[in-house]
Design a binder for this molecule. Structure first.
Ligand SMILES: Cc1cc2nc3c(=O)[nH]c(=O)nc-3n(C[C@H](O)[C@H](O)[C@H](O)COP(=O)(O)O)c2cc1C
Length: 274
């Protein structure tokens, strides 16, 4: 089967598919020619679907991706720049959660949105582990605290040591500063041998975080949790990620108790212009 099929009744020979193809795999052999692919195009194609998605006439099918199968972009559903700006600057890390679980359908939907995040070479090698059971989130937080106790014995860094001590003391007093009593934790993991996987996972989690905010949910990056997932064997055993995968980022998620009223300031951007 050819990599692309062209419906010659629909194709206007506008060349847009070829101009937009990231690998420049679509060519036009002669003036007024229909699109065709270069030799070995299938080997170089990253299956991004741009050629199908961009065609104004729905004339192109890429392997099994036809234009009819793709969701149509609805410009009326897009927020304006002001809304986007306000949403992005008003997202906050949430650290106080309601004792209420998030339905699986909602978490699944958020992950589905995050699947649309860009990935290096369109590899789409972002995998998910959802800690759905609040008791398990709490147990894992306890493992992170165990790890901190070990680190405390080893570290020479005074400031770090004081920070760990406070977190451990809080835990001993029933205050979870690791998972913040969030009901769920979402971990993005990926095969270690994929160079861009760490970046891919972080971008996907950022999509998820913003999508969650738009749905009235709160999230917080779980940095200590993710470090323990990478460096503390009992935590690795508890997470039981697939062989050869590493945790690339984790988000706490749940319903926030408090709503923020104002937007904290940020440092001015430090930019080098050339
Ligand atoms: C990679 C990363 C790791 C983080 N780890 C933690 C964490 O372990 N615990 C926590 O409470 N917040 C964590 N945060 C949240 C930051 O503290 C927070 O983003 C920052 O203070 C700015 O606040 P904002 O997210 O509300 O704008 C982390 C954020 C990032 C990006």
């Amino acid at each position: 089967m050819n990599l692309i099929q062209i419906d010659k009744d629909k194709c206007q020979r506008d060349r847009i598919c070829g101009l937009e193809c990231p690998g420049k795999l679509i060519e036009f052999r002669g003036k007024g020619a229909f699109p065709s692919t270069i030799e070995n195009a299938a080997e170089f194609c990253i299956r991004c679907g741009h050629c199908v998605a961009v065609c104004p006439n729905g004339a192109l099918t890429l392997e099994n991706i036809s234009s009819e199968q793709l969701l149509r972009l609805d410009k009326n559903l897009l927020p304006g720049p002001e809304q986007v700006r306000h949403m992005l600057i008003s997202r906050r890390s949430i650290r106080t959660y309601k004792n209420k679980i998030v339905k699986r359908e909602i978490l699944e939907d958020l992950i589905g949105i995050a699947q649309y995040a860009p990935t290096g070479s369109n590899k789409q090698q972002v995998y998910w582990l959802v800690i759905e059971d609040p008791a398990e989130s709490n147990r894992l937080a306890g493992l992170v605290v165990d790890w901190m106790k070990l680190l405390l014995e080893q570290t020479q860094d005074e400031a770090l040591s004081r920070r760990y001590q406070r977190i451990i003391k809080a835990w001993d007093n029933g205050v979870d500063r690791i998972c913040r009593q969030a009901p769920h934790v979402i971990v993005a993991h990926a095969p270690e041998n994929i160079p861009a996987a760490g970046t891919d996972c972080v971008i996907a989690l950022s999509y998820l975080e913003l999508a969650a905010y738009s749905q009235g949910l709160g999230t917080c990056w779980a940095g200590y949790f993710n470090s323990a997932a990478n460096f503390y064997p009992p935590m690795q055993k508890a997470l039981n990620l697939p062989e050869g995968h590493r945790s690339c980022g984790a988000l706490l998620i749940g319903y926030p108790v408090y709503g923020y009223q104002r937007i904290p300031t940020r440092n001015a951007a430090q930019i080098i212009w050339r």
